[in-house]
Each structure stands twice: as C-alpha cells, then as structure tokens.
Design a protein around this ligand. Structure first.
Ligand code: 5GP
Ligand code: ZN
Length: 113
C-alpha cells in the first residue's frame, strides 16, 4: 500500500533499525520504544491486522519470533519479554499494517505496564 509507513520501511523509502529480515518477514526497532529494544515484527506483504492475516503469513511470521526474541535477549539482556498485538482502532491499533510488538522487560519501573 503506497501510503503505509511500514510498506515504506519494507521498500527502503523510510529508515528503520532492522533487527531481523528474511524473504517474508521484517523486524525493526519501534521509533518510540516503550522499553529498550522494543521491536515490531511485520509481514512483508501488506495486510491490515489479524483479521486479514492469512494462516500462511501468520505461520511464517511466528516461526521466526523465537529467533528474534533470542536476538533481543542477547543484545539487551532483559529479564522477560511481552508479545503484544493491537487489532483495530478500538484495541489501540494506530498503524494498519499487521505488526507484533516484542517488548523486552527489565522488572518493576521499566516504563511499561
Ligand atoms: P500500534 O499502536 O498500531 O499497535 O503500534 C504502532 C507502533 O508503530 C507504535 O509503537 C509506534 O511507535 C510505531 N511507529 C509508528 N511509526 C513508526 C515509524 O515510522 N517507524 C518505526 N520504527 N516505528 C513506528
Ligand atoms: Zn503496509
């Protein structure tokens, strides 16, 4: 989608700090990190949210989440990790290209939750 910011990141038209990339999936640091290492994982094919995500895309995306989670562990040494996904405006979705938040946690007072 031409006016989608995440599609622009995929095409290299907007910069992003990439954490992981393969043929189908891209992960990059959130521009406004709620904790250190806050990462977004997206399919390279535009789709709005979980209601339009195909099982194939879901499978490809979730199959690399452990790899990305372990890379974040190595880079940031958090004490835990939240996976979060907002679907629809009422649920807090602000960018309408499916994305999974990986939020490293550092204990009480880390700024999230
Ligand atoms: P949502 O609220 O839709 O679940 O999450 C959207 C996320 O995208 C937010 O955490 C926001 O900070 C992030 N975001 C919005 N625009 C950009 C951008 O241009 N680059 C990056 N890296 N993250 C973005
Ligand atoms: Zn998009």
């Amino acid at each position: 989608m031409s006016d989608c910011i995440f599609c622009k990141i995929i095409k290299g038209e907007l910069p992003a700090a990439k954490v992981y990339e393969d043929e189908h999936v891209l992960a990059f640091l959130d521009i406004s990190q709620v904790t250190k290492g806050h990462t977004l994982v997206i399919p390279k094919v535009h789709t709005e949210n979980v209601f339009t995500l195909t099982p194939d895309m879901a499978s490809r995306l979730f199959s690399v989440v452990p790899t990305i989670a372990n890379a974040l562990n190595k880079a940031f040494s958090p004490a835990g990790l939240n996976l979060l996904n907002n679907n629809g405006e009422a649920a807090g979705q602000t960018v309408f290209h499916y994305h999974l938040h990986l939020i490293p946690r550092y204990g009480k007072g880390d700024g999230f939750g």
